[in-house]
Write a protein that binds this ligand. Structure first.
Ligand SMILES: Nc1ncnc2c1ncn2[C@@H]1O[C@H](COP(=O)(O)OP(=O)(O)OP(=O)(O)O)[C@@H](O)[C@H]1O
Ligand SMILES: [Mg+2]
Length: 528
């Protein structure tokens, strides 16, 4: 079901409507599957910028003619397989173009661009339109004004317009599809307890993650050491926490130490504490992490980065449950469960004697191997929704939506930085989207947007070639804009002031666009 209110607030849609207004002088109307107009033209306070439309809706039965035309559109769409049709309207020679909105193969409504007239209309034909308006109650001045402002479209213009109207219909269909998919995913997320889409604070429904959850279920209750392996940002720390919080030790502390963040001496004191006077600056006794974690769990991250001397000390705690604080000769006893992790290749380190084999066998009683994100692509949409919801909730904004095209790009990207990289990207998107509810691909980081040579493909789309009806909205609009300016420059004999007035944009903005699309007179593209 299309949510028409949401549609009208979509940035992409309002942008394209604006373009259609400006370049083709048409209004964009939406009708649902019953032919009921869902856009604002029938609102009593609606005042169209389009002169013809304004005159028409203020006629006594003007709105009925509009509704009649849209009913006709729907009747045609119910019969034809075509996705776009050109329509003769209630007023002679006045045309409209409509595109079908189809979701899951079902007709859900239409988008209609109206009104315009063909380029080659004779004065007599134009008079016929004027007469019809007058016949239905318009005064002479309004009728003349309406005719004067209605745009004459060439065959090429119509081709462009057709493509764009179709694009709007596509956007609506994909937006609606995405919303319903997202609702399903949110439903899945919310019923997390009954299923296994979530395990403690880990998200993932892939088989590989299910296997991890099952393993964690079995090992949490045990006392064995756990060794976690996985690339950067795969969630090693989350796994360690889940084990702790689902274990009988959950009411005692969970302490994490990143072994690579300290030099040997500091790590020694951090882990095992020191006694007063052990070294310069040791002004009083200090408890180490092992002592603080007594009864709980200690997580030694980046264990592969410890020195061989430190490895001996760790081995001792693991084997005997005792350690010596720095500067002390009295061993202390602790009861801690040790969980370790690394992203280094420990086997290779052992073969080079950089990691002690006896320590390895001691820490690796249970081994948890976390798969990279690229090996569980089905978790990506779920993670995106989870991060989106979390981020939007944190910043107190309504939950945003990732557009279909944006999602496609996110799925194509190989995520070398794994979940952390994805999390950062989503946070960035939420910030960049500002008040926009819908997040389009143009906001993505360059490396993601351009992955797979998309940038190169975009460059080959010659401006002025056949209009794109699929693909990126931004590309299609830019292509259209370049075409309109190129044609306009020729028509106005390169008089930019005249053209900017005609296009309803400032002269400065026109000049910028001429540069952007390289449409200067000396440029071949124009003189061809
Ligand atoms: N399955 C997941 N569900 C939700 N968030 C996740 C998941 N995996 C990782 N994250 C998030 O990704 C980020 C990185 O996770 P974490 O710090 O646990 O990874 P790591 O493997 O320890 O990384 P590093 O090797 O860089 O230390 C964290 O913000 C974490 O919340
Ligand atoms: Mg980590």
């Amino acid at each position: 079901m299309i949510n028409w209110k949401d549609i009208s607030e979509l940035h992409a849609i309002s942008k394209i409507e604006e373009i259609l207004h400006r370049w083709f002088g048409v209004e964009v109307l939406y009708a649902d599957e019953h032919g009921k107009i869902r856009s604002k033209q029938l609102d009593s306070e609606y005042d169209s910028e389009n002169h013809f439309m304004n005159v028409q809706i203020h006629l006594q039965h003007g709105k009925d003619y509009l509704e009649g035309d849209l009913e006709k559109v729907n009747e045609i769409f119910e019969k034809t397989k075509d996705s776009v049709i050109k329509l003769d309207t209630y007023f002679p020679h006045v045309k409209g173009i409509a595109a079908k909105i189809e979701i899951g193969g079902e007709f859900q409504g239409s988008v209609w661009a109206y009104p315009f007239i063909p380029e080659a209309l004779t004065a007599k034909e134009i008079k016929e339109i004027e007469d019809k308006l007058i016949e239905h109650g318009a005064n002479q001045e309004d009728a003349t004004g309406a005719i004067k402002h209605i745009k004459h479209l060439s065959a090429k213009d119509k081709e462009y317009l057709t493509g764009l109207v179709d694009l709007v219909a596509d956007e609506i269909a994909s937006f609606t599809t995405e919303i319903s998919k997202r609702d399903e995913r949110i439903h899945d997320l919310n019923s997390e307890l009954g299923n296994k889409y979530r395990y403690h604070s880990m998200i993932g429904k892939s088989k590989k993650m299910q296997a991890i959850y099952n393993l964690l279920d079995k090992i949490s209750a045990s006392e064995s050491s756990v060794f976690i392996q996985g690339d950067n940002g795969t969630g090693k720390e989350l796994v360690a926490k889940a084990i702790h919080y689902y274990s009988p030790r959950k009411n005692s502390g969970f302490l994490a130490v990143n072994c690579s963040a300290f030099n040997d001496n500091l790590l020694d004191s951090e882990l095992f504490g020191h006694v007063k006077g052990a070294f310069t600056g040791a002004i009083k006794d200090k408890k180490g992490v092992f002592e603080q974690a007594h009864g709980g769990t200690i997580f030694l991250d980046e264990i592969g980065d410890t020195s061989l001397a430190m490895q001996v000390k760790l081995l001792r705690v693991l084997q005997e449950g005792t350690f010596l604080p720095v500067g002390s000769s009295t061993p202390k006893k602790v009861d801690v469960r040790v969980i370790t992790a690394t992203n280094r290749n420990i086997k290779e380190m052992m073969s080079k004697s950089e990691f002690r084999e006896d320590l390895y066998y001691r820490i690796n009683v249970i081994n948890v191997q976390i798969p990279s994100l690229r090996d569980r692509g089905e978790d990506i949409p779920l993670l995106i929704d989870y991060f989106l919801q979390r981020r939007c909730a944190e910043s107190g904004t309504p939950t945003k939506m990732i557009s279909k095209k944006c999602l496609e790009k996110l799925l194509d990207y190989p995520w070398p930085g794994n979940v952390r990289e994805l999390e950062n990207e989503i946070e960035r998107l939420v910030v960049l989207a500002g008040d926009d509810k819908n997040i389009g691909p143009e906001l993505l980081s360059g490396r993601i947007l351009d992955f797979g040579g998309v940038a190169d493909r975009r460059k080959t789309g010659e401006p002025g070639s056949n209009v794109k009806t699929t693909g990126n909205l931004k590309d299609a609009l830019e292509e259209l804009e370049a075409y309109m300016i190129k044609e306009g420059l020729k028509r106005c004999n390169f008089n930019k002031s005249k053209l900017s007035r005609e296009l309803g944009i400032s002269r400065a903005s026109l000049i910028m666009k001429v540069e952007k699309y390289e449409l200067e007179k000396r440029n071949k593209a124009v003189g061809e």
